[in-house]
Every structure is written in structure tokens, then in C-alpha cells.
Design a protein around this ligand. Structure first.
Ligand SMILES: C[C@@]1(CC(=O)O)C2=NC(=C\c3[nH]c(c(CCC(=O)O)c3CC(=O)O)Cc3[nH]c(c(CC(=O)O)c3CCC(=O)O)/C=C3\N/C(=C\2)[C@@H](CCC(=O)O)[C@]3(C)CC(=O)O)/[C@H]1CCC(=O)O
Ligand SMILES: NC(=O)c1ccc[n+]([C@@H]2O[C@H](COP(=O)([O-])OP(=O)(O)OC[C@H]3O[C@@H](n4cnc5c(N)ncnc54)[C@H](O)[C@@H]3O)[C@@H](O)[C@H]2O)c1
Length: 210
């Protein structure tokens, strides 16, 4: 198999279809909702959480077996039933319509897979093992969680603000790059971690001084 091509999708208001309503479907649904997707679930049975989200209108639930027309309007599709022949039918329907398909029981039939993800604000580190061992992906994710603490989220907020300011105010690209480099090499991350917020402004000003 070729190596997989990593991308980060903007799913805001995009319709994603999840076929199946068990615990694996629930995991995919939760991560889709977190990213602002519109979620349609087709499944005769669902977990209590999916049931609750349906009652709260957080997703559209079709409480029956999958049919091809459920794909109408979908941007991404997940086949997450415990019935291999149903999952296979969803795969074939998606191939016909040229829709991206993730199938939870057959990595070779997926044209995208879901990685294990660590998030710290705008920072998202995704781990994939190309389907070889999802459990190892999750273990590596937990190891990374220890290394990249919540301070990275705050640091990125600061960097994004200052970056905008620098893009507006500093015309010379080399000078801009030097400032960005100084910012990421500075001790601002440590200051956030140690709660020394009063020193941060001074450090930013120092990086901005020419
Ligand atoms: C990362 C994560 C994302 C997510 O799902 O959100 C994810 N699986 C997770 C957990 C997990 N999955 C499984 C177990 C039980 C232990 C075990 O069997 O190892 C656990 C552990 C648990 O449940 O805790 C079993 C399993 N998974 C797949 C198969 C089918 C097969 O291999 O044939 C089977 C066998 C089923 C069976 O036995 O029949 C297939 C896939 N699982 C993937 C992703 C894709 C490849 C990712 C990669 O490249 O690494 C891929 C190809 C398709 C896809 O689903 O996108 C999430 C961890 C999130 C986190 O904790 O951070
Ligand atoms: N990819 C992964 O991360 C991963 C992890 C563990 C297991 N798995 C695989 O995923 C499969 C699903 O696991 P689970 O624990 O969620 O299963 P589950 O038994 O909890 O749920 C199965 C769901 O499929 C639904 N379903 C059955 N027939 C259907 C149909 N015709 N149309 C629509 N929905 C239908 C059921 O209503 C039920 O909600 C397992 O069989 C296993 O092969 C994948």
C-alpha cells in the first residue's frame, strides 16, 4: 500500500453520514460534532449517548437499516456497523458516487482513516499507523499528551495575535521571519507554564524590537 496523505479537513456545517450506532460509531460521531460537522446517523439501534444527542437535535437520526439514499448530500461517509456485508455495501455505494469512505472493519477498503489526535487549542497532532495498530496510535497519543501540555494552546493564541500584528506592521519578509523565530525560541512557553503572565508582554515586546 502507498503511504497515506495527511490532511486537516474543515467540516464546519458539512454533512457527514455515519452508518451504525454502536460504540465505534459513537466515537466517530463525537469527533465529528466537535469539529462542527452536521451529522446524520442511520442505525436501527444506537447507544444512549447517540439517543440523547438525537433528542437534543445535535444530530439527525434515522432509526432503521441503511439505504443508498442516506448518502444524499453527504461530504464524508463512515460505515460503522458490525455487519461486514452492510459495511461493504456502503463502500460500493460510495465508490459509485465518488464519496470518501471510512469503513471501521476493513482498513484496505477505506480511502481515508481516522487518526488518534491530541489537541491543545489550535494545535492538533494526529497519529496514524496506516491501520497497522490503532492501539499503538492511541499509546503514542497518550505519550505526546504528557509532552505537549495545555500551555501550547495559550502560546498559539499569543503567536496568532502577534503574527497578525507583525504581518500588518512589518513590511520586510526577512525581518518578519526573524521576529517569528525569536518568538518561538523565546521562553514565553515556560512563562505560561509557570503562570508568570506579567512577564509575557515584556518578552513579546523584546522580540518585536528591531
Ligand atoms: C485512532 C482511532 C481513531 C478513532 O476511531 O476515533 C482508530 N481506532 C481507535 C481505537 C481502536 N480501534 C480498535 C481498537 C481495539 C484494539 C485493537 O484491535 O487494536 C481500538 C482501541 C479502543 O477501542 O480503545 C480496533 C480496530 N480498529 C480498526 C479495526 C479494523 C481492522 O483493523 O481490520 C479494528 C479491529 C476490530 C476487530 O477486532 O474486529 C480500524 C481502524 N481504526 C482506526 C482508528 C483506523 C486506523 C488508525 C491507524 O492508522 O492507526 C482504522 C483503519 C479505520 C478507522 O476506524 O478510521 C481510535 C483510537 C483513538 C484514541 O484513543 O486516541
Ligand atoms: N475502527 C475502529 O476503531 C474499530 C474499533 C473496534 C471495533 N471495530 C469494528 O467495528 C465494528 C462495530 O463495532 P461496535 O462496537 O460499534 O458494534 P456494535 O455491535 O456496538 O454496534 C453495531 C451497530 O450497527 C448497527 N447496524 C447493524 N446493521 C445495520 C444496518 N443494516 N444499517 C445500519 N446500522 C446497522 C446496529 O444498530 C448497531 O448500532 C465491529 O464489528 C468491529 O469490526 C472497529
Amino acid at each position: 500500500m502507498n503511504c497515506l496523505y495527511p490532511v486537516y479537513l474543515n467540516l464546519d456545517q458539512q454533512l457527514c453520514l455515519v452508518v451504525g450506532g454502536g460504540k465505534v460509531a459513537e466515537r466517530k460521531i463525537c469527533s465529528l460534532l466537535e469539529c462542527g460537522a452536521l451529522v446524520r446517523v442511520v442505525s436501527p439501534q444506537v447507544t444512549p449517548l447517540i439517543e440523547q444527542y438525537s433528542r437534543q437535535n445535535k444530530l439527525e437520526l434515522r432509526s432503521r437499516d441503511y439505504q443508498t439514499s442516506d448518502l444524499d448530500g453527504a461530504f464524508l461517509v463512515f460505515a460503522a456497523t458490525n455487519q461486514p456485508q452492510v459495511n461493504q455495501r456502503v463502500v460500493e455505494d460510495c465508490r459509485q458516487r465518488n464519496l470518501p469512505i471510512n469503513v471501521v472493519d476493513n482498513p484496505a477498503a477505506c480511502n481515508f482513516t481516522v487518526p488518534s489526535v491530541i489537541r491543545r487549542g489550535k494545535l492538533a497532532i494526529a497519529v496514524s499507523t496506516g491501520g497497522a495498530s490503532p492501539l499503538l496510535a492511541a499509546k503514542i497519543r497518550r505519550q505526546l499528551e504528557g509532552h505537549f501540555g495545555p500551555e501550547y494552546g495559550d502560546f498559539l493564541e499569543i503567536l496568532a495575535d502577534v503574527r497578525q500584528q507583525v504581518l500588518n506592521d512589518v513590511e520586510d519578509i526577512t525581518e518578519r521571519q526573524e521576529i517569528f523565530k525569536k518568538l518561538i525560541e523565546s521562553d514565553i512557553l515556560e512563562l505560561i507554564k509557570e503562570g508568570k503572565h506579567d512577564l509575557i508582554k515584556e518578552r513579546i515586546d523584546k522580540c518585536l524590537s528591531r
